[in-house]
Design a protein around this ligand. Structure first.
Ligand SMILES: Cc1cc2nc3c(=O)[nH]c(=O)nc-3n(C[C@H](O)[C@H](O)[C@H](O)COP(=O)(O)O)c2cc1C
Length: 185
């Protein structure tokens, strides 16, 4: 039986990124028929429409577009930067939305987690990123929301989740996401 392909995208380039660690933890809760691909954004040059217009898209954009096109659904994990979401994520959304007529996000189910060492859990990043995602036609799961506050204590050094409450809320989130993907992919 072929697997359901889930692109897992963390909005941080940091080696020790909490977003990447949360993404790995949640991907570990996916059902057996889901296959996670961790899509790294580190090598993506900034979007410049001239390069598409001139047929000179960088190889990294083309490879990223191909990888996005190959996914059935997406899990995004974002930090909050200055009360919004990081530029690397916006750049990634922009690149795979172009060239015109080749939006690779359209119609695909997705879910979103925000995290912060602070006590708001990246709530504003979580809200802001919904605007371009909705515009692009990603079918974003509305509930349950998942905003991880005080991530530095929620995540243990070994990548485990330290609180039973958070473990069960992430398990419920992953289960709802699996249902959302099955209904909408
Ligand atoms: C440029 C920048 C802006 C930030 N702005 C916010 C913010 O508005 N709200 C917040 O809760 N944390 C903010 N932070 C702290 C991040 O939430 C924190 O660095 C987080 O660990 C980044 O996620 P990562 O571990 O996946 O890289 C900011 C960090 C940076 C580097």
């Amino acid at each position: 039986m072929s697997k359901i392909c889930i692109g897992v995208i963390a909005g941080s380039l940091r080696k020790a990124s909490y977003s990447k660690r949360v993404a790995r933890y949640v991907a570990g809760l996916f059902p057996a028929d889901f296959a996670a691909t961790f899509i790294d954004l580190a090598d993506l040059p900034m979007y410049n429409q001239d390069l598409d217009d001139e047929g000179a898209a960088p190889e990294a954009w083309t490879a990223f577009r191909r990888t996005v096109a190959a996914q059935d659904a997406f899990l995004f994990v974002t930090p909050e930067y200055n009360r919004s979401f990081p530029a690397v994520l916006k750049n990634a959304l922009d690149i795979a939305s172009k060239p015109a007529g080749a939006n690779q996000w359209a119609g695909k189910p997705a879910a979103l987690i925000s995290q912060s060492p602070g006590n708001l859990g990246g709530a504003l990043a979580n809200q802001h990123i919904r605007q371009p995602m909705n515009f692009l036609g990603l079918k974003l799961m509305a509930q349950p929301e998942q905003m991880i506050a005080e991530v530095a204590t929620v995540l243990g050094a070994d990548g485990e989740i330290t609180s039973e409450h958070k473990r069960s809320s992430l398990a419920a989130f992953a289960e709802a996401f699996a249902g959302w993907v099955r209904e909408n992919a």
